[in-house]
Design a protein around this ligand. Structure first.
Ligand SMILES: NC(=O)c1ccc[n+]([C@@H]2O[C@H](COP(=O)([O-])OP(=O)(O)OC[C@H]3O[C@@H](n4cnc5c(N)ncnc54)[C@H](OP(=O)(O)O)[C@@H]3O)[C@@H](O)[C@H]2O)c1
Length: 256
């Protein structure tokens, strides 16, 4: 797809990949709209990139999605691309009885229900555009579980499955459906995992986003930057070995 002169909505555009997408997509001459929950982070983003358009909105709240839709399509009727990027990843010990039933599914509400609801809400509008596009940000952990983050992996596998079905159902429309299978990268999301992930294995967010943008420009529907390519192959060739490697931090968690 041509990545110039689009109107692009990015959920979670105030940090990490979302912030980097904002920078690079603005540089290419697109209109960029970003969301996030924290107004201070939105204001900082606006200060850093005065051309960006900001909306406070929580992707885990269906009512907020409806309100966001009304505001965005009224102000930006040419909106033609949605990047479902907002996400959260927590370390969760499933033995911890203090986690209540609402809290345990927080990642599902944000990482899985969020994109599904955003697409359901924005799809009729995107279908009217000449060049529509949706990109869902999944993860290498959609391919192999990371057992200290059991809910996160489940959401990303689920989002990957949904994305494939969506692509098939939209085959007769003008909407291209992309999946960014992101590897571990240097963003605030990984701060909580400093003792569990080798910092040398983390990809730079700007590099990752540049590869993602090249992938979009070349109509690569599944984009695997950096080590995500290796994970894709190894998850098929040696899934048990890789699960064992990614299971190593569990012992520390169970003993803490
Ligand atoms: N970093 C990695 O290693 C990695 C690897 C693979 C995939 N990913 C995926 O890449 C995406 C971006 O991650 P990141 O590393 O860039 O994370 P990040 O730096 O923590 O940024 C997350 C962004 O999402 C927003 N957000 C979180 N919950 C939200 C909600 N309920 N509603 C709206 N916005 C929300 C945050 O803003 P507020 O807190 O203000 O809402 C922030 O702007 C996520 O889907 C993540 O799962 C990351």
């Amino acid at each position: 797809m041509n990545l110039k002169n689009n109107t692009i909505l990015i959920t979670g555009g105030t940090s990490g990949f979302g912030l980097e997408f904002t920078k690079q997509l603005l540089d290419l001459g697109n209109t960029v709209i970003v969301t996030g929950r924290n107004q201070d982070k939105l204001d900082q983003t606006k200060k850093q990139f005065p051309k960006v358009n900001i909306f406070q909105s929580d992707v885990s709240d269906p009512k907020a999605i409806k309100e966001l839709f009304q505001k965005v399509v009224t102000q930006f009727p040419n909106l033609n691309m949605l990047i479902n990027n907002a996400g959260e990843m927590r370390k969760i010990n499933l033995h911890d009885t203090s986690i209540d039933l609402e809290n345990i599914t927080k990642e599902i509400d944000i990482n899985l229900s969020g994109p599904i609801r955003m697409i359901q809400q924005f799809l009729p509008h995107l279908k009217k555009q000449k060049n529509g596009a949706i990109m869902n940000v999944t993860s290498g952990l959609a391919l192999i579980p990371f057992p200290i983050s059991p809910i996160y992996g489940a959401t990303k596998s689920g989002l990957r499955s949904y994305t494939k079905s969506l692509r098939v159902q939209l085959k007769n429309t003008n909407i291209k459906v992309f999946e960014l299978v992101a590897p571990a990268a240097k963003t605030p999301l990984n701060d909580k995992f400093a003792n569990d992930v080798d910092p040398k294995s983390l990809m730079e967010a700007d590099k990752l986003v540049t590869i993602a943008i090249k992938g979009l420009e070349n109509d690569k529907l599944e984009i695997y930057p950096g080590i995500a390519n290796v994970l894709k192959i190894m998850s098929r060739l040696a899934p048990a070995f890789f699960l064992k490697q990614l299971s190593k931090p569990v012992d520390k968690m169970l003993n803490s």
